[in-house]
Write a protein that binds this ligand. Sequence first.
Ligand code: PLP
Length: 281
Amino acid sequence: MDDQRAVAVWRDGAAVRVPADQPVVTAFDAGLARGDGVFESVLVDGGATPRLGDHLVRLQRSTRLLDLPPVPDDAWRELVAAATEGWPADVEGVCRLFLTRGDGAAPTALALLAPVGEDVLRQRRDGVRVVALTYGLAADVRAGAPWLLGGAKTLSYAVNMAAQRHAHAVGADDVVFTSAEGQLLEGPTSTVVWASGGTLHTPPADLGILAGTTQARLFSAAETDGWPTAVTPGTVADLHAADAVWLLSGIRGAARVTSLDGVARDDAGLTARVQDLLARP
Ligand code: PLP
């Protein structure tokens, strides 16, 4: 199994590849104790990371939002190169970049690489059953409360993971979060996109949700292809009424929503076009 995983850590100004089962953080790391850090998940496709640049832009934004010591893009690129070196071109991988506040002496920066999970590949192919769950916050609260870290991809994903476990417990695969008033937000690890009235829609990032790199790529390719796009506040009712709904993320791509709160839904044959647009360079 170890040959299918890789780890690289930043030590003394250089990226160092270490055995996957070797410890790389101390027990006093703030990322471990408090989830005080940021991360990115980057697809490794054909042994390369064609979307790394988009993820580094967001990683640097998250770094600033948490006031973490900045790590330059070149250092991240060295870490990714060290982790992906020798990775087989025919195995899709997920490369996770982590930056934590560290142990008080220095921040921790590392890159992990593992194969994309079977469940992710299945959901990309067959779609996802989704339930809508409240996030409990008013839609406008995070825009005016920077300490809530809206828009940052922090390591504090325990709530996101708990929401997915809740979905599994009620027979679904994934979640769409809503605000206290019922505004659509995002999935625990994805951006919500829906097609209606001949337009692709996604909720506004100023709700404090993460700006998705995959959604941005899809919307840009769709516009070039003559498919209009819009940033639109929405509700669960809008998803029920839509022609198609997808959960978008860099690793899973566009997973079509096959049921929402137990109600089966179609994709009007649009998923192939969305996936084709995302496959464009
Ligand atoms: N929203 C959240 C909360 C996420 O964790 C992710 C995935 O990392 C996304 C949206 C989608 O982002 P991306 O398309 O850049 O992978």
